[in-house]
Design a protein around this ligand. Structure first.
Ligand code: UDP
Length: 138
């Protein structure tokens, strides 16, 4: 079963969107294999977003992702990485279609509610950053 890391970012948690978002994945037939709420340290945030270090939006992104509790999940299923990315919609919600999570709940690239791994290698790396192997259901 393919696995991907999903984060409901601090804006999504603060706005009470966790149930709605988790429900969409469950209704689609994906499985929640691990789930926790946590506030990221700056070090955890740097590691998660290492590929964006040096970009103009990096400092703001770190401030935002550490600003409050987020929900981290491992989501599994056939083609889970691609299915989750399609359900999320594109990074900039301005171009996200209605029916996608960002298209229904977000307006700005800085506050775009959700993260999903973008490839098999990032999924493996990101799942390892957030969960120990024993925390992930089979
Ligand atoms: N981001 C931002 N400003 C930008 C581009 C990206 O704040 O101009 C943030 C945004 O929260 C995005 C995250 O950086 O979700 C990671 O960017 P990426 O390109 O990996 O997008 P994603 O995979 O989240 O769609």
């Amino acid at each position: 079963m393919e696995k991907t890391l999903v984060l409901i970012k601090p804006d999504g948690v603060a706005r009470g969107l966790c149930g709605e978002i988790i429900s969409r994945f469950e209704r689609r037939g994906l499985r929640i294999l691990a789930l926790k709420m946590m506030t990221l340290s700056r070090e955890q945030a740097y590691n998660h977003y290492a590929e964006h270090q040096g970009k103009p939006f990096f400092d703001g992104l770190i401030d935002f992702i550490t600003s409050g509790p987020l929900v981290a999940m491992v989501v599994g299923g056939e083609n889970a990485i691609k299915v989750v990315r399609t359900m999320m919609g594109p990074t900039d919600p301005a171009g996200a279609a209605p029916g996608t999570i960002r298209g229904d709940f977000a307006l700005s690239v800085d506050n775009n509610v959700i993260h999903g791994s973008d490839s098999a290698s990032s999924a493996m790396r990101e799942i390892d950053l957030f969960f120990a192997a024993h925390e992930i259901m089979k």
